[in-house]
Design a protein around this ligand. Structure first.
Ligand code: FAD
Length: 483
C-alpha cells in the first residue's frame, strides 16, 4: 500500500501519543483539541488530494526505488518535470487549505538528503545513502507524513554552537552507542511536526571542523521517548479554542493558521538505521544549502502564491460587496497583487526549468539556486504589499468588525445589518472581512517573511551566486573600455 487515504491518515493519528503541550494544557489526542485538529485536518487533505484523479499528475509520483505510485511529498526529484510538479503541488495545496502543506519541509529535506548521502558515500565510503534509501522506501510504502526540522533555537546569534552558554540551543550528539545515537537540543518553529509520523532532522547551518557534535541528520519517530512538542500559542489559538470549528467566526474555519511547535529533544535515542549524517562537518552546509534550494522555490515561489490567490479572491469579493470593483485605483491595486504573486511564481517555474542533477551522477535534481532565492525574496516583500492592498480594499471592517453571530442577536442584529449592508448583505461583507483579517491582520506577514529563511540569507545568496565581474566586463566592452 503506497498511497494512504485521508481516512487512513486520520486513523493513524488517533494511535499516536506525542507529548504535546499547548496554551497551558497537555493534549492527549490531537483530534480533540481545536488547534491541533486544524493542523491534522490540513495534513489529511494532502492525502485526499492524492486520491483525487483531477490532481493525480501533481500529487502522485513514481518511486525511483520501487516503481510504485507514491505521494509526491515523498518523492525524490529525478528530472525537470518532477521539479515542476513539486512547485505546482505547493501552489495547489496552499490554494486548497490556505495553510501549510505540513509535509512540504520534509519533502525538501529528503531531496537534500538523497543528494548529500549519495555524495558522502562516494567521497567517504560511508553507507548513508543505502541507509537513507531503506528508510525512504519504508516511508513511501507506508505513505508517512514527514515534517522537516532544521531551525535550531540558536541562542546568541554572534556565537558558534559550541560557544553558547547553553549548548542545548543547538541539537547535538550526546552519545554514540553500538545500536544508535543519543541526541539532545531544541528545534524551533516546526511546522506540523505534532501531526507527522516522522520528522527528518537536518543540521541548522554550515559547520566547521571541531563542531562534529552538531553535524547530524536523522529521522525521528513521532512520540519517541524524550521528545516534547510545545505548540505556538497566540490570539488566533485562543480564538479557535473559544469558537471550536465554528465556520461563522473563523477566518479559515477548518484548516486554521500555520501551526508550529518547539521540539525539545531530551536525550532521544535514534537507531543507526535512521541516522544519515553524523560528524562529517564538511557536508553539513551542503545538506542545508540543498534543502534551501528546494524549499525557497516551493515555499517562496509557489506556496505563498497559492495564499495570494486566496487573498486576491477575497479582496475582489470585498470590493464587489461595497460596489467599488470597477473603480480605477481598486483595479490597479488588484493588478499589483497579481504582479507580486505571479512574478514569484514565474521565479519558481524558472527555478524548476533550470534545475539540474546535483551532484552529477546522483540522479537527484535540484532547482536553480538564483531563481529559487529570487522567488523567496520577491514574495517576502510582495506578500506585505498584497496584504496591504487587501487591508486597503477591505476597509476598516477588516479589523473593526463585531462577531458574525451578533447579526443574529435580536437587539443588536438589526442595527448591524443596517450598518454593514452595502452592495451585498451584511453577513457576506462580514464573512469576507473575517477572511481578510485572518490573512492581513494576523500571523501571515512575518510567517511569509521568515519561512524558508530570513530574507537577509537570500540577499547574501545573491551576492554569492551573481557573477558581478561578468556584468562589469559586459558594460566595459560596450563602452569600449580597455582594462
Ligand atoms: C510560519 C513558520 C513556519 C516555519 N516552519 C519551519 C519548519 O517546518 N522547520 C524548520 O526547521 N523551520 C521552520 N521555520 C523557521 C524558519 O526557517 C526561521 O524562522 C528562519 O530561518 C529565521 O530564523 P529565526 O526565526 O531563528 O530568526 P533569527 O535567525 O533570529 O532572525 C531574526 C533576525 O536576525 C537576523 N540574524 C540572525 N542571525 C544573524 C547573524 N548571525 N548575522 C546577522 N543577522 C542575523 C536575521 O536576518 C533576522 O533579521 C518556520 C518559520 C515560520 C515563521
Amino acid at each position: 500500500m503506497a498511497l494512504k487515504t485521508a481516512k487512513e491518515y486520520l486513523d493513524s493519528m488517533k494511535k499516536l501519543v506525542p507529548r504535546v503541550y499547548i496554551g497551558g494544557k497537555w493534549v492527549k489526542n490531537l483530534l480533540d483539541h481545536p488547534v491541533t485538529r486544524s493542523m491534522v485536518m490540513a495534513n489529511s487533505m494532502m492525502y485526499a488530494l492524492a486520491e483525487d484523479p483531477a490532481h493525480k499528475e501533481v500529487m502522485v509520483a513514481t518511486s525511483h526505488l520501487t516503481g510504485e505510485p507514491i505521494n509526491r511529498n515523498l518523492n525524490v526529484a529525478r528530472n525537470i518535470h518532477d521539479l515542476d510538479m513539486r512547485q505546482e503541488m505547493a501552489l495547489l495545496t496552499s490554494q486548497t487549505v490556505g495553510t501549510c502543506n505540513y509535509r512540504c519541509v520534509g519533502c525538501d529535506a529528503l531531496n537534500s538528503l538523497a543528494a548529500t548521502t549519495w555524495e558522502m558515500d562516494r567521497d567517504l565510503k560511508t553507507k548513508y545513502n543505502e541507509t537513507f534509501n531503506k528508510w525512504l522506501a519504508y516511508a513511501q510504502a507506508n505513505d508517512l507524513a514527514v515534517s522537516g526540522g532544521i531551525t535550531d533555537a540558536k541562542g546568541d546569534r554572534k556565537k558558534r554552537p559550541s560557544q553558547q552558554d547553553d549548548i542545548d540551543t543547538f541539537l547535538h550528539l550526546v552519545e554514540k552507542r553500538p545500536d544508535g545515537i543519543v541526541v539532545r537540543g531544541i528545534k524551533v518553529s516546526q511546522s506540523g511536526a505534532i501531526g507527522s509520523h516522522e520528522t527528518l532532522v537536518l543540521p541548522g547551518g554550515a559547520l566547521r571542523e571541531g563542531e562534529e557534535a552538531f553535524a547530524l541528520a536523522f529521522a525521528v519517530q513521532n512520540s519517541a521517548p524524550g521528545l516534547t512538542y510545545i505548540c505556538q500559542y497566540n490570539a488566533y489559538s485562543a480564538e479557535r479554542e473559544m469558537f471550536g470549528d465554528d465556520e461563522a467566526e473563523l477566518g479559515n474555519p477548518i484548516y486554521g493558521q500555520r501551526e508550529t511547535s518547539t521540539m525539545v529533544f531530551d536525550n532521544v535515542f535514534i537507531p543507526w538505521e535512521r541516522v544519515f549524517h553524523c560528524g562529517e562537518t564538511k557536508y553539513s552546509g551542503r545538506i542545508v544549502t540543498r534543502f534551501a534550494k528546494a524549499h525557497r522555490m516551493n515555499c517562496g515561489g509557489a506556496c505563498k502564491v497559492g495564499f495570494a490567490d486566496l487573498i486576491i479572491g477575497g479582496t475582489m469579493l470585498a470590493a464587489e460587496y461595497i460596489g467599488v470593483e470597477k473603480v480605477a485605483h481598486i483595479q490597479e491595486k488588484i493588478v499589483d497583487m497579481v504582479r507580486f504573486s505571479e512574478t514569484s511564481h514565474a521565479c519558481a517555474i524558472a527555478a524548476a526549468m533550470r534545475g539540474r542533477e546535483e551532484p552529477k551522477g546522483s540522479g537527484v535534481y535540484l532547482p536553480d539556486d538564483l531563481f529559487g532565492n529570487a522567488a523567496k525574496l520577491n514574495i517576502a516583500h510582495g506578500f506585505y504589499e498584497i496584504i496591504k492592498n487587501a487591508g486597503d480594499i477591505g476597509g476598516g471592517l477588516v479589523v473593526c468588525m463585531p462577531r458574525q453571530k451578533d447579526l443574529e442577536d435580536p437587539e443588536v442584529g438589526p442595527m448591524l445589518k443596517k450598518a454593514f449592508a452595502a452592495a451585498a448583505p451584511a453577513d457576506k461583507r462580514m464573512k469576507v472581512a473575517k477572511f481578510l483579517q485572518h490573512w492581513s491582520a494576523g500571523l501571515h506577514g512575518p510567517g511569509t517573511w521568515h519561512g524558508a529563511g530570513a530574507p537577509q540569507t537570500q540577499r547574501f545568496m545573491f551576492t554569492v551566486l551573481t557573477d558581478f565581474d561578468a556584468k562589469k566586463k559586459m558594460a566595459k566592452k560596450l563602452m569600449g573600455m580597455k582594462d
